[in-house]
Design a protein around this ligand. Structure first.
Ligand SMILES: Cc1ncc(C[n+]2csc(CCOP(=O)(O)OP(=O)(O)O)c2C)c(N)n1
Length: 357
């Protein structure tokens, strides 16, 4: 199986394969990838300073996140992963909403109730993330199948890691999607590790994309550090799903440059040589060179974008930190349409106790 690559690690590109994107779209993609990179760096620092509780980095996986989200429309549905803040941004979720989520403050649309990095933005059709590995796959298949029955012209994309492909749920979701020709895109960000377990211990198959064959639909292997290749593969899968052609499994080959989470030390289980090799394949560096070769970015413009992204982040963090925690009373709301008596009793008791403190 050949891997789709349009822009090589050194920024050279195959003009015959370039997707049809406007100059302003390409510049926007670059800016969004940069935002994800700086967001990751800053949030990890905030975690180390005790200003947020927990964080999961996605440094190195920016092309996967941006390239896969752009081909979707606003009415499509996304079951994103914790390593997909860029998918949120590319769908239009404001940066502040991401920072609010991590700060668990009152402006967070989910009112601070979810675990950090468990994104979920109803207004952008991004479903609140469930932690168990691979459980999003069948949720996405269910949503896409329902849309098919209702004849809603939407597709559903779900993103997951290489580790998820060893779960039974991966098999169930892929099998159901194949049999019922469900309009779903399985987007596997193969970042080479499931916490400390390398992908070679995950499967004996030549790759993950090839597994789609067993379920009767197409599997596509793509360079996950090449944003144009990710875009092109996802766009084709989205168009196919929307026109009734059923599911696609996309394996985007990438690398997690950081740890699994803010609680992990990757030097314990992987060699620095490997890390250094993957740094030479950096998705942002190569896209920058590509844009410069195309005459769409100068050194000066690059510095300006970098500064703007940095300023936006700093301002956003300041704003989010000013927002108070959600009101304690909010923990009793949103569970039932009408509050039942036993919850009312608990809420009243808490109010009484707090007023006596
Ligand atoms: C069913 C289940 N088992 C174990 C865990 C603990 N866990 C959280 S993330 C993770 C690794 C997932 O790896 P992968 O699917 O490759 O995604 P990545 O984190 O690399 O993006 C594990 C084992 C879990 N959340 N759910």
């Amino acid at each position: 199986m050949e891997m789709l690559q349009i822009v090589r690690a050194d920024g050279e590109y195959d003009s015959k394969l370039e997707p049809n994107l406007r100059d302003e779209d390409l510049r926007k993609m670059y800016r969004q990838m940069l935002t994800v990179r700086r967001f990751n760096e800053r949030m990890l620092l905030l975690q180390r300073q005790g200003r947020i509780g927990f964080f999961i980095e996605s440094t190195g996986e920016e092309a996967c996140q941006i390239g896969s989200a752009i081909p979707l429309t606003r009415s499509d549905w996304v079951y994103e992963g914790y390593r997909d803040p860029g998918m949120c941004l590319a769908r239009g979720v404001p940066l502040k909403a991401l920072v609010d989520q991590l700060m668990a403050n009152a402006d967070d649309p989910n009112k601070g109730r979810q675990m950090g990095v468990h994104w979920g933005y109803k207004d952008w059709n991004m479903v609140s993330l469930s932690s168990p590995v691979a459980c999003r796959l069948s949720q996405a298949v269910g949503t896409a199948y329902a849309a098919k029955i209702k004849k809603d012209n939407i597709v559903c994309l779900t993103s997951f890691g290489d580790g998820a492909t060893s779960q039974g749920e991966f098999h169930s979701a892929m099998n159901f999607a194949g049999v019922f020709k469900v309009p779903v895109i399985f987007f596997c960000e193969n970042n080479q590790y499931a916490i400390s377990l390398p992908v070679r211990r995950q499967t004996a198959s030549e790759n993950i994309a090839v597994k789609a064959e067993a379920y009767g639909f197409e599997g596509v292997l793509v360079d996950g550090n090449d944003v144009l290749a990710v875009y092109k593969a996802t766009k084709a899968a989205v168009d196919k799903a929307r026109s009734g052609g059923g599911p696609t499994l996309i394996e985007a080959v990438t690398y997690r440059l950081g740890g699994h989470s803010s609680s992990d030390d990757p030097t314990k289980y992987r060699h620095s040589d490997e890390l250094e090799l993957w740094k030479t394949r950096d998705p942002i560096k190569r896209f920058r060179v590509y844009l410069m070769k195309k005459g769409l970015l100068t050194e000066q413009e690059d510095r300006k974008v970098q500064d703007e992204v940095e300023t936006e982040l700093v301002t956003t963090i300041k704003e989010s930190e000013k927002v108070p925690r959600p009101a304690v009373s909010s923990m009793f709301t949103d569970v039932y349409a009408e509050m039942p008596w036993h919850i009312r009793e608990e809420a009243d008791e808490l109010t009484r106790e707090r007023s006596q403190q």
